[in-house]
Ligand binder design. Structure first.
Ligand SMILES: Nc1ncnc2c1ncn2[C@@H]1O[C@H](COP(=O)(O)OP(=O)(O)OP(=O)(O)O)[C@@H](O)[C@H]1O
Ligand SMILES: [Mg+2]
Length: 228
């Protein structure tokens, strides 16, 4: 599913390396928990997996596709078609209502739209309801009027719609209380299992770790992460 080899990345040429990863392989259907110190390169690694940034050296292969071989629009289409992202800062479109935010991947990708079934809007509502959001009550509001925890669940529904093969979640539970966190995690797992997706989940919260098939510390894979 994912294979990284001899990756080096820095944000600016005069900066030190943020990623120095000799190897990382993730199998199809695997659920991987990634932990590590703040500033240790977790979000940077997820950006690399999503083809948002390119390494200065090394190769990133996702679903057998070499990311470096994809240019501009093709890479955007690949990302929209195959990867669901829950960003650390949600990245919702503030003026759009929640259903439209969830449907965005279906707008950008015919593949995601087809995989969302005959009625993508109904699928959006199902996912939001499954994330325990009171859809009817919140539906008319722009998402900027939702709480942080509500926005986080909208972001998760958006990542899941149209069953992408790879779901990437960056601290998706940081705004949730304990009950909501447990519920969110089991719902996410259920949807990921049903779709047969691979999940990469970044968190500081070690309490979530037992729910995952494999767990790695950034310092184990990335020579540029300080051990802590
Ligand atoms: N867009 C950017 N431009 C320049 N430097 C960046 C950028 N994003 C991150 N960095 C730097 O890269 C390093 C790794 O940041 P990153 O966001 O990947 O860490 P993280 O492990 O996700 O941290 P956190 O747990 O706080 O989210 C940090 O030193 C950070 O300052
Ligand atoms: Mg981060």
């Amino acid at each position: 599913m994912i294979r990284l080899a001899d990756i080096r990345f820095r944000w600016r040429s005069r900066d030190p390396l943020v990623l120095d990863i000799p190897e990382l392989a993730v199998d199809s259907g695997e659920k991987l928990f990634v932990r590590g110190p703040s500033g240790g390169g977790k979000t940077t690694l997820l950006n690399l997996l999503g083809g948002v940034i390119e390494p200065e050296a090394g190769t990133v292969s996702i679903l057998g596709t070499e990311m470096a071989g994809l240019r501009g629009g093709t890479r955007d289409a690949f990302r929209a078609g195959h990867i669901g992202f829950v960003f650390q800062m949600f990245n919702l479109v503030p003026y759009l209502p929640l259903i439209d935010n969830v449907l965005l991947p279906c707008r950008f990708s015919a593949r995601r739209r087809e995989r969302a079934g005959a009625h993508p809007e109904a699928e959006a509502r199902r996912l939001l309801t499954h994330m325990e959001l009171p859809v009817e009550r919140l539906a008319g509001r722009p998402v900027s009027g939702l709480s942080q925890g509500e926005q986080q669940r909208v972001a998760a529904a958006r990542a899941l719609i149209g069953t992408p093969e790879l779901v990437i979640a960056d601290e998706p539970t940081s705004a949730l209380d304990e009950d909501a966190r447990e519920a969110f995690l089991s719902l996410l797992m259920e949807e990921v299992d049903k779709a047969g997706s691979t999940l990469i989940f970044v968190s500081h919260d070690a309490r979530l770790e037992p729910a995952f098939g494999r767990s790695i510390a950034m310092a184990e894979i990335n020579r540029a992460t300080p051990e802590r």
